[in-house]
Write a protein that binds this ligand. Structure first.
Ligand code: FMN
Length: 520
C-alpha cells in the first residue's frame, strides 16, 4: 500500500491535470448527450459555456458605457447608490448626455425661482413633500389617507423579495414617511415594522383567499381591523412587465411561513389565474371596489398597465354617472419590473409609461374626474427629472420598485427569477439574505427617498413652484421626431393637465389625514 502511495506521490502535478482533462474529454464525447459543442470540441467547449455565463458581468463592469445599460444604466444606479449612502451624488464637468437626442427631456426653469419664506414647513423639514390630494376624500371613505411622501415603495411581495429586504423597506419607509405596498404575496410580519402599508392583492388573493381560491371579504376585514398600518387597498388588474399573465407558485417553494401568510396549503402548487374570479366586467369591478371600501372604510384603488383603452373609457363613464369609483389609480409602464416574466410579455405586452398614462389620464380629464382620483405612476420614475415630467403629466405620487431595491443593495444582476440573487434582496435563500443588515439598509432606503425629495423640491423651486403638483405640461419639453425638434409635452400628448387644488405646504402639513410621521 505504501509503495502504491509513494508511486502516486511521484506523479508530477501536470500529469494529474492531463488525466483530469482526459477524463473530461471522455465524458464529453461518450457519456453526455445534451451539448453538441462539448461533444464536438471536448474540454475546450466548456470555455464557451463559462464565458457565456460571465458575459453579462464582464459587459457590465468593463465594456458598457455609463449610459448604455438597461433597465438602469450605470449613472442612474450610481446616483441611487450614492444618494442612499449619503455620499456625493453630483457629477462634474457637465452632462455626458447628448441633449439633442430624441426623447431627451427638459424642465423649464423660471427666471426667478420660488423663494421659500421664513417659517415655511420645508425650512424645518427639508424632505417634507406629501401628496397634494387625499385618497378617499371625494368618496367620503371613513378613513381617508394623505400619503406623507410623493415617492413610495411599489408592489413587491414577500416571496419575490426576501424577508430581510421587506423588513428593510418597511423600516425605511417609516423613517421617511412613505408608504410600502405589499405586492401580491399577502401581508407578512416583515411588512409590519412601523411604516404605512398599502395592502395589494391580485388574482391569487393571497392573504385574503377563500378555500376555493376566490376572494374572502371576511379575511380582508379581519386583516384591516387587526393592522392599523394598512391605510389603503390596491386591486391589481395588471402590471407592466406581464399584463394578463397568471402564475404558478410551485409547491416545493411553499414553506409553512409562506403558506400562512398567503393563505394557501403547504407543499401544494398554487395557480394565480390570469383574470379575477371576483369580477369580470367593469360594472362588477365598480361594485367590488365599493363593497371593499364600505366594509373596510379604507380608500380603494386599482393598478393597471395600459393597452386598449375602451374599458378605461367605460370605467370613466360609469364613474361619471354614479359619482363613485376608485380612490386612486396606479398606472404601471410596460418598462416595469417583475420577479419573473416571459421576455415576450416583458418586452412587448402593454404600453410604455408615458403613452399609457397620457391616454388614460386624458379619458378622466375629458370626463371631469381627475380631481377625484389620486394618480400614481410607476415605471422607472425614481429620478427627480423623470418625476417632474410625470407630475407635469398628472401624477400625484410615484411608486418605485427596482430603484428601492437598489437603494438596499440590489446590483441589477437580473436573476430575481432564479432564487440566486447575490445581494440577498430577491431570494428566499437564508444564507444569501443573512448578509442584509436591516437597520443599515432601512437607513439607505430612507436616505434615497429623502435625497430624491430634496432634489425634486429644488427642481420644483427652480421652476417657480412650491409643490411638484403645480407642474403643468408646458413646463416640460421633449425632443421629438429627430434631433432638431423639441416641443412641450402638452403638444406631444395633446392635453393639459387639470390644475391640482393646492393651497400651501403648510395646509398639507396641518392635514388631519396626513400619513407617515410629521418629522419627515
Ligand atoms: C421583484 C419585483 C416584484 C414585483 N411584484 C409585483 C407584484 O406583486 N404586484 C404588482 O402589481 N407589481 C409587482 N412588481 C412591479 C412593480 O411594483 C412596479 O410596478 C414596476 O417594477 C415598475 O416600477 P420600477 O420601474 O420602479 O421598478 C414587481 C416588481 C419587481 C421588481
Amino acid at each position: 500500500m505504501e509503495e502504491f502511495l509513494d508511486f502516486l506521490g511521484d506523479i508530477p502535478w501536470w500529469t494529474w491535470v492531463l488525466i483530469f482533462l482526459a477524463l473530461v474529454a471522455v465524458r464529453d464525447i461518450f457519456f453526455q448527450k445534451a451539448h453538441t459543442i462539448s461533444h464536438n470540441y471536448p474540454v475546450v467547449g466548456h470555455l464557451r459555456y463559462w464565458l457565456e455565463s460571465i458575459g453579462p458581468e464582464m459587459r457590465q463592469y468593463f465594456v458598457a458605457n455609463n449610459r448604455e445599460e438597461l433597465p438602469f444604466n450605470r449613472i442612474e444606479r450610481s446616483w441611487i447608490y450614492a444618494s442612499a449612502k449619503k455620499e456625493n451624488n453630483y457629477e462634474g464637468f457637465g452632462t455626458d448626455r447628448d441633449i439633442y437626442k430624441h426623447q431627451h427631456l427638459f424642465i423649464k426653469n423660471a427666471m426667478i425661482g420660488f423663494q421659500v419664506p421664513e417659517k415655511h414647513p420645508n425650512i424645518e423639514h427639508p424632505y417634507f413633500v406629501p401628496c397634494a390630494k387625499v385618497m378617499g376624500a371625494h368618496n367620503k371613505r371613513r378613513k381617508p389617507y394623505r400619503p406623507a411622501s410623493i415617492i413610495n415603495v411599489s408592489a413587491m411581495s414577500f416571496g419575490s423579495l426576501s424577508a430581510a429586504a421587506i423588513e428593510s423597506l418597511n423600516k425605511g419607509v417609516e423613517k421617511c414617511g412613505a408608504y410600502h405596498n405589499t405586492g401580491e404575496g399577502g401581508l407578512s410580519p416583515y411588512h409590519k415594522q412601523g411604516g404605512d402599508v398599502i395592502f395589494h392583492f391580485g388574482t391569487g388573493y393571497f392573504g385574503v383567499r377563500s378555500r376555493d381560491g376566490g376572494f374572502s371579504m371576511d379575511k380582508l376585514k379581519v386583516l384591516v381591523d387587526e393592522n392599523p398600518c394598512v391605510k389603503a387597498i390596491e386591486i391589481k388588474l395588471s402590471q407592466g412587465a406581464k399584463p394578463g399573465k397568471g402564475g404558478v407558485l410551485p409547491g416545493s417553494k411553499i414553506t409553512h411561513e409562506l403558506a400562512e401568510i398567503r393563505g394557501v396549503e403547504v407543499g401544494k402548487d398554487v395557480i394565480s389565474p390570469p383574470t379575477h374570479k371576483a369580477f369580470s366586467t367593469i360594472p362588477e369591478l365598480m361594485d367590488f371596489i365599493e363593497s371593499i371600501a364600505e366594509e373596510t372604510g379604507l380608500p380603494v384603488g386599482i393598478k393597471g398597465a395600459i393597452g386598449k383603452i375602451d374599458q378605461w373609457q367605460e370605467l370613466a363613464d360609469i364613474m361619471k354617472k354614479t359619482g363613485k369609483g376608485p380612490d386612486f389609480i396606479t398606472i404601471d409602464g410596460g418598462e416595469g419590473g417583475t420577479g419573473a416574466a416571459p421576455p415576450s410579455f416583458a418586452d412587448h405586452v402593454s404600453l410604455p409609461w408615458t403613452y399609457g398614462f397620457s391616454s388614460v389620464y386624458k379619458i378622466f380629464l375629458d370626463h371631469g374626474l381627475t380631481d377625484r382620483i389620486v394618480f400614481i405612476g410607476s415605471g422607472k420614475l425614481g429620478f427627480p427629472g423623470k418625476a417632474a415630467m410625470a407630475f407635469a403629466m398628472g401624477v400625484d405620487c410615484i411608486n418605485v420598485a427596482r430603484e428601492a431595491m437598489m437603494s438596499i443593495g440590489c446590483i441589477q444582476a437580473q436573476v430575481c427569477h432564479t432564487n440566486r440573487c447575490p445581494a440577498g434582496v430577491a431570494t428566499q435563500n437564508k444564507w444569501r439574505q443573512s448578509g442584509i443588515n436591516v437597520p443599515l439598509k432601512s437607513d439607505r432606503l430612507a436616505q434615497y427617498f429623502n435625497t430624491f425629495k430634496k432634489e425634486f423640491l429644488e427642481i420644483t423651486h427652480a421652476a417657480g413652484y412650491e409643490h411638484p403638483c403645480q407642474f403643468h405640461m408646458e413646463d416640460i419639453q421633449v425632443n421629438v421626431d429627430d434631433d432638431y425638434l423639441s416641443s412641450d409635452i402638452r403638444r406631444v400628448y395633446k392635453y393639459q393637465k387639470e390644475k391640482v387644488p393646492f393651497t400651501s405646504m403648510q395646509d398639507l402639513y396641518n392635514c388631519e389625514h396626513l400619513g407617515g410621521k410629521k418629522t419627515t
